[in-house]
Structure formats: C-alpha cells, structure tokens
Ligand binder design. Structure first.
Ligand code: AMP
Length: 175
C-alpha cells in the first residue's frame, strides 16, 4: 500500500527547524525512483474525477511532484513562490506566520480567469500556506479545483480551513 511505503520511507527529524517540530523529510523518497513513480501515479488517480486546467506547486517541495503530476496529467505547471523570486510581474498574497508574516507570489499571467487550478504541496500542516495560495488563485479570477498533498498532518486540522475554497482535498499518507 502506497501509504505504508511513504510512511516507511519518510524520515522524521525531531526539533527541525525549531524545538518541538517533527519535520517530515521527503528526501529519502526522492532517492527511490520506483516509489516516486508510484506516488505520482497515486496522486493522479486520486484526481481522476476532478476538472483540472493547471497545477500550481508551492515552493519548494511542492515543485518536485507538482511538475511530475502536471506532466502525467498533461496540464500546465505553474510555480507559487516566496516573495522576490519570480522575475516577471507578479500578484501577491501575504499571510501570518507564528512570528511575523510571509508573502507568496505568482506571475500575473500564470493562470487565466475561470481556469480550475489544483494546488499541490508535499505536506499539509496548519493550512496557512495553501490558504494564502488559494486566495492568490481567486485574486486572479481562477477557481481552486482542489488540493493534493503527499502527507497531511490531520491533527493540525488544516483540512477544515480549506473547505471554504474546495471540498476536494487529497493526501496519500495521513498522520
Ligand atoms: P502550513 O502552512 O502550516 O500548512 O505548512 C505547510 C508548509 O510548511 C509546507 O510547504 C510544508 O512543506 C512545510 N511544513 C510544515 N510543517 C512541516 C513538517 N512537520 N514537516 C515537513 N514540512 C513541513
């Protein structure tokens, strides 16, 4: 089962990037080419019934499988990046962090009004990042088609915050 394989392969790193956080390190997954292929196929099959025009991946680990997934589904991939990284004109959305705030950006021509955009990231924690990404997509007049994660930390209840934007929320491995 894909969930078991993911859980057996992900590395838990205690107290990274700060005390009390158990960081789910997906780099051991990236070293397993067979598992990477299985993950991409499993992500795609969860999305089979959803209309998707574009996949937006969140910097930086959301780029890894986001691009592979877009390629498999034969749809465009667009990056959502931290402020100051994208070279062309951007649309921005700020969001609160535990301490301070952060800003996400997309190129202003990344998606078209009315397009259905699937948001992908490696992991759903509190949901703050993908809520900001969703607001960014709606600012551009596009529609959030749903969410796709490799891992979801269900005990942080991030899922509840995403229902405002879409009921389609998928993860391959939940904790
Ligand atoms: P959040 O906005 O709280 O849902 O955090 C999600 C973002 O932070 C994702 O881009 C994750 O890659 C990263 N992240 C948050 N918590 C963890 C964790 N425990 N292990 C790995 N990545 C994490």
């Amino acid at each position: 089962m894909i969930e078991t394989k993911i859980k057996q392969t992900v590395r838990d790193v205690n107290d990274f990037p700060k005390p009390g956080i158990v960081f789910k390190d997906i780099t051991p997954i990236l070293k397993d080419a067979v598992l990477c292929g299985e993950i991409t196929a499993a992500l795609a099959s969860q999305l089979a019934d959803i209309k998707i025009d574009v996949i937006a991946g969140i910097e930086s680990r959301g780029f890894l499988f986001g691009m592979a997934l877009a390629n498999l589904l034969n749809v465009p991939f667009v990056p959502i990046r931290k402020a100051g990284k994208l070279p062309h004109k951007t649309i921005q959305q700020s969001y609160d962090l535990e301490y301070g705030s952060a800003t996400l950006e997309m190129h202003e021509d990344a998606v078209l009004p009315g397009q259905h955009v699937l948001i992908h990231d490696d992991l759903l924690a509190t949901g703050g990042t993908v809520v900001a990404a969703s607001k960014l997509i709606e600012k551009m007049g596009a529609v959030v088609a749903g969410y796709s994660f490799i891992i979801a930390l269900d005990f942080l209840n991030g899922k509840d915050r995403l229902k405002t934007f879409s009921d389609h929320n998928f993860a391959l491995a939940s904790y």
